[in-house]
Design a protein around this ligand. Structure first.
Ligand code: SF4
Length: 155
């Protein structure tokens, strides 16, 4: 697809959505989850940056309303925990803690403070990790926390 088309046009050209659109993952595992309100965003460096979204690897994944969004969020968190090389603590520990908190919430066993803990871990990884892996390991979780707070433990 050419640079500059909108996310909505991209979906149309790809054949549309099966069912009702719930979310799009833009930029891949290090990207962000957005809702249907982002369909007008153009896929260019400038427009995506202005919207606070990464183009990343160029991946666009589409989720309809039948999907439990928590499942891909946890899967991505597990991916980063597995891929972390362990050289710096923010990423080594942060990716593990992020995964644990998400899985605890999915099991209905969230602890008081887990939502804030998830935010703190995410911001710490983003700000203090040595390389791009740790710096983006919380991007999907943080974007989902902002857009779908109901998916996460509520203190
Ligand atoms: S941020 Fe990079 S250097 Fe630090 S542990 Fe993660 S993968 Fe290793």
């Amino acid at each position: 697809m050419p640079f500059g088309i909108s996310l909505g046009e991209l979906l149309e050209r790809a054949g549309g959505v099966n069912g009702h659109l719930q979310a799009l993952l833009v930029g891949g595992a290090a990207g962000a989850l957005v809702g249907p309100e982002a369909l007008g965003t153009r896929l260019s460096m400038e427009d995506m940056r202005a919207a606070g979204l990464p183009l990343g690897s160029g991946v666009v994944m589409v989720f309809n309303r039948t999907r439990d969004l928590g499942e891909p969020i946890r899967r991505i968190a597990r991916f980063f925990a597995h891929e972390s090389c362990g050289k710096c603590y923010p990423c080594q520990l942060g990716t593990q803690r992020q995964t644990e908190i998400l899985e605890r919430a999915a099991a209905g066993a969230a602890l008081p403070g887990d939502r804030q803990r998830l935010l703190d871990v995410g911001w710490t990884m983003t700000d203090a990790s040595l390389c791009g892996l740790g710096q983006t390991a919380a991007s999907v979780t943080l974007s989902a926390l902002k857009r779908w707070p109901e998916l996460f433990p509520n203190d």
